[in-house]
Design a protein around this ligand. Structure first.
Ligand code: CUA
Length: 428
């Protein structure tokens, strides 16, 4: 009886803990929850999860109830002496306890396999294809249909299926936008696909995306943003992205160059550049291209809050010149890795394409807000802000934590960095 009274004492505590847990789950904003899907694929996974949770709960309650009943009903009593009756072999019982789990598994397997087949099927015709290339530690995104190359941020129209064609430049990464769909591994020398259709009812919104496979030192800083926008806003954005850089572009700049998709050797995007959709073509001439409005309180969750290293400083009050910045940028190491379409000297391909950098909300693969203050520190010593990356430490007299040396000759002073910041910010 001692055990029973102890149970009675614990019961209210357990109830309070359970209620507190439930209340905690109901309050607050959870921008990365998978329980509020906003696409067909996300919903299919969520429905499957709900069903499995229900079945598992029923099994759990029945098993635990039977267990507690047996423990209490057949516990040892003072009058009991010797061993209880011993049973060896019972065919009927063994058949029953084999059939019941098989039956339960059937209820789990059928909807699971169906959901796998549904979500792994080929994307519907007319889907928007986006090529995803994982890099340590950033995301390259290409829209072959529109000849757009961008990095770490994508715009997708609501109501249209987006088919992501994914591969990696180096190690295994994994692509995940929790509120839009499930995860998919991004593997070198292999092409994986995932597709989903953002709900037509969605207004313009931003979703956090993550690399969800440990891929090295800065795995946690390999994030991205997905902007779901209305189809006309998407067309406007596309038209803007198809133009060369808005600042200091050479006249008659070549169209964005697309290199072969690393997963499919020899595939050189043979089709000629697709004309912009009609809506986009109309918008090209008059309106400014659509970009997702920044600094909306509603989307505060999408703003990165990575702390900056305490020993990284920048001269306050410097004003940069975009024209000077373009010269410094175009004559420095930046151009060996970065492309700015319209700037004929910047055609590097190993780092994020910066053509419309000024229109992006984040830097460092979703790690920091794209503001002049953060950008200046980033150019000065990116390796301090995001360990292990290829982007070198550029600031004069800055310590490069990877090379373990201080940058001297060739390093940029704060004024030169402020100029580059002004230039990059002007690339809307
Ligand atoms: Cu890429 Cu983790």
């Amino acid at each position: 009886m001692k055990g029973i009274s102890r149970l009675r004492k614990l019961a209210p505590l357990c109830t309070i803990a359970a209620v507190a847990l439930m209340l905690a789950a109901c309050s607050g904003q959870y921008p990365n929850t998978t329980f509020e899907p906003h696409s067909d694929t996300g919903r299919a996974i969520d429905i499957l999860w709900d069903r499995l949770l229900l079945l598992a709960t029923i099994v759990f309650v029945l098993v635990e109830a039977a267990l507690i009943f047996v423990v209490l009903r057949y516990r040892k009593r003072p009058a009991d002496t010797g061993k209880p009756p011993q049973t060896h072999g019972n065919s009927a019982l063994e058949i029953i306890w084999t059939i019941i789990p098989a039956f339960i598994l059937l209820f789990i397997a059928v909807p699971t396999v169906k959901t796998i087949f549904d979500t792994q099927a080929k994307a519907v015709a007319g889907s928007l294809e986006i090529e995803v290339i994982g890099h340590q530690w950033w995301w390259e995104f290409r829209y072959p249909e529109y000849h757009i190359v961008t990095a770490n941020e994508i715009y997708i129209p609501t109501g249209r299926t987006v088919n992501f064609k994914m591969t990696s430049q180096d190690v295994i990464h994994s692509f995940w936008v929790p509120q839009l769909s499930g995860k998919r591994d991004v593997i070198a020398n292999r092409t994986n696909y995932i597709w989903f259709t953002p709900d037509s009812a969605l207004g313009p919104a931003v979703w956090n995306g993550f690399c969800t496979e440990y891929c090295g030192t800065s795995h946690a800083k390999m994030r991205f943003r997905v902007f779901t926008v209305k189809p006309d806003q998407f067309a406007s954005w596309v038209a803007g992205q198809q133009r060369p850089a808005s600042f200091g572009a050479a006249p008659n700049a070549p169209p964005p160059m697309l290199l072969p998709f690393p997963g499919a050797r020899g595939d050189r995007n043979p089709e000629p550049p697709a004309p912009a959709p009609a809506a986009a073509a109309e918008l090209v001439s008059n309106a400014a291209p659509y970009t997702f409005p920044r600094n909306q309180a509603e989307f505060e969750y999408a703003k990165p809050h990575t702390p900056i290293p305490a020993d990284l400083n920048f001269t306050p009050g410097l004003t940069g010149s975009a024209a000077r910045g373009q010269q410094v940028f175009s004559s420095s190491a930046c151009i060996a890795c970065h492309t700015v379409t319209g700037n004929p000297s910047a055609m590097g391909l190993s780092a994020p394409n910066l053509t419309h950098f000024g229109s992006r909300a984040t830097i460092g693969a979703g790690s920091f807000p794209n503001t002049p203050a953060y950008l200046a520190l980033w150019i000065k010593n990116a390796r301090k802000m995001k360990p292990g990356i290829l982007m070198p430490t550029l600031g004069k007299n800055e310590f490069d934590p990877q090379m373990k040396l201080t940058v001297t000759t060739g390093g940029l002073d704060d004024q030169q960095i402020a100029d580059i910041v002004a230039y990059l910010t002007a690339l809307k």
